[in-house]
Design a protein around this ligand. Sequence first.
Ligand code: NAD
Length: 478
Amino acid sequence: IPVDRFDLVIFGGTGDLARRKILPGLFRRFMAGQMPEGSRIIGAARSELDDQAYRDMAREALEEFIDKDRRPKECVDAFIEQIHYVAIDATGTGGWSELAQTMSSDTVRAFYFSVAPSLFGALAERLHEHNIADSQSRIVVEKPFGRDLETARTLNRTLAQHFDETQIYRIDHYLGKETVQNLMAVRFGNVLFEPLWNSQYVDHIQITVAETVGVGGRGAYYDKSGAMRDMVQNHLMQLLCLIAMEPPSRFDPDAVRDEKLKVIRALEPVAPHDIVRGQYDAFNGAPSYREDVEDPQSLTESFIAMKLHVSNWRWAGTPFYLRTGKKLRARTSEIAVVFKDAPHSIFGQAEKAHRNILTIRLQPNEGMTLGVTIKEPGPGGMRLIDVPLDMSFADALGPEAGEVPDAYERLIMDVIRGNQTLFMRGDEVEAAWAWTDPIIEGWEARGDAPKPYEPGTSGPEDAQILIHREGRRWREIK
Ligand code: NAD
């Protein structure tokens, strides 16, 4: 879908996120012909650079993050021509008049706040003071959106002083994944799934986001946050919403977000025995979590597993198991909808039909698979086996399907198009914190210590017990 000509200003344009995700993402869209003539990318950050120095930095970022055969030199040159730079101080006066003069008229104006949230207010204020933003402009804000309900409310209020909710794009890159959108297509574009999508037919749902890395250089930030704030409150919660929500009446931003909000509001408080927190140990000479964050007493979790209930008619009695953590066995993100057993096996006990499991895989190998039971081919009698019904678009559509766009590039283009469907609304974020806060306050008040776990495993043993005690098992992290 074509987009209008745009000026995209990246505040924090020299930062890690801009180099790793935003600039490479924009380049891919440029390659796909989605950067209309006259559109510009304007880096804005504290460093005193000129256009040329910033273009050199952008070129290096593309060389580092885009495969060589996907960036022909002439295309990189043409893309780089569209990049500019303004040195700016978010909290001071420097650079703002230059930025005002740099902006073109009759273009969509988007401002990506790829800076610490403490600067959001100052940026919003100055954009208005200098008449750089108007009622059509859009701002994109990154996570973390607050660290609890109160800070999120303050952030929302600060942004609302200068921007209408329809102009604010709170990014959660999980929502930009192809498979996540495919999940909605599969759920609401077929008659096959919706009738079964409830507690009568679904035994339970698992959402796993496993990382192999530790906290790395982000220790100081991460230690104040932990897996619950850094992953569950936003990413896992968003995935849960898309799985659990009622069909919206239309695929439009507010209809979808209204339904997601209802899911968050229907979440029951979680009892302490339904939560397992973990912290990775030292292993093979690699430092422990506490060594990584340089706090020998840290009680912050680098792993969390929990059982949730969505209390409404659709999901009464169906548990949702969520887990996420660092330094686990493999880097994988998936949602598994585990259906109940067939009510009666006509093949006898030995050949009980296997369970149908719909797996929505976000990484690696984005795609969707439905496990179905069939007869094992051959003359061996009625033997049942499980086969995957593969719904991955890459296979179905063949090479014409092209490359799967990265989440960031898709979301940035949605900003330019003015489509907020895949962005979080202010009330959603607040509702998620309202649910998270008492849980965190509970373990902080009790002084609960996370359980140590060995890196390269699936987390602490207690996380296995959490699900085993109900006769279920986690899917393997692989
Ligand atoms: P970074 O520290 O690498 O970059 C920060 C940028 O902000 C730099 O360009 C710096 O010049 C600019 N900056 C700092 N103070 C400024 C000021 N007063 N005026 C103008 N510019 C100023 O940070 P990052 O990793 O790129 O992250 C940016 C934002 O995105 C943060 O809010 C972070 O939490 C969020 N985020 C980052 C990642 C990631 O993978 N890096 C992922 C998710 C969210």
